[in-house]
Design a protein around this ligand. Sequence first.
Ligand code: AR6
Length: 231
Amino acid sequence: SEKVSSSCNDDVKGIGKDEEMAEGTNHGVASLSNIPTLAFPSISTADFQFNIELASDIIVEKVEEYVNKLGEVKLVLVDISHGSKILSLVNLKAARKRIDSSKFTTFVGDITKLYSEGQLRCNVIANAANWRLRPGGGGVNAAIFKAAGPELETATKERAKSINPGTAVAVPLPSTSLLFRREGVTHVIHVLGPNMNLQRPNCLKNNYHEGCKVLQDTYSALFEAFASLVK
Ligand code: AR6
């Protein structure tokens, strides 16, 4: 299986410093953002039907584990759905654990339009991929491949042909990709989470003992991959 760490030496620090993007109306979070920032969706909790209560525990636990280890970076959990249950749960649990809100936040919006619509600059975004690392299939995977254009498909194929549950594959985006040009995204980290949906491959059939382990591994792999990009 491909561990991402070795697959990408590109340095994301400093990327996104192009002032043309920094100017304009944005304030607050956005204007602080030469800090490497990873935006990630809640893995497995929609199409893969993973329990939201359990997933929120794992997200908060993993963010807590990595947020200081990662150094000067920001992590943003993103969900497109308004009134997102997962975001509410994570916010509540992160506050209880007093996780530093200058390093970890949640955001409602489209992960492919964080800068253009949300004034939020994220140089790296995570994708809840399918095992073949192919476009389509709905959800955040379809949205990211569509927004990035054919460049992402080609660049992904150069890195890996498939992905195992609980692992990550980091892909540098060519600067010709719309996601790079419009949103300032330099890398997409594909991850494959545990699947609880009988209609999808490798269903864990409600085995949450295994499922939780795989989801924990997935977030570890994601944050490790991000760490190796910002190093
Ligand atoms: N921006 C931000 N968040 C989004 C977006 C978006 N554009 N679209 C969806 N979400 P899902 P999974 C949120 O189903 O459960 C795919 O078909 C969504 O509300 O994308 O890991 C793949 O090909 C939810 O909170 O991923 C796989 O086969 C989160 O993203 C399978 O689904 C994840 O939802 C993976 O299923």
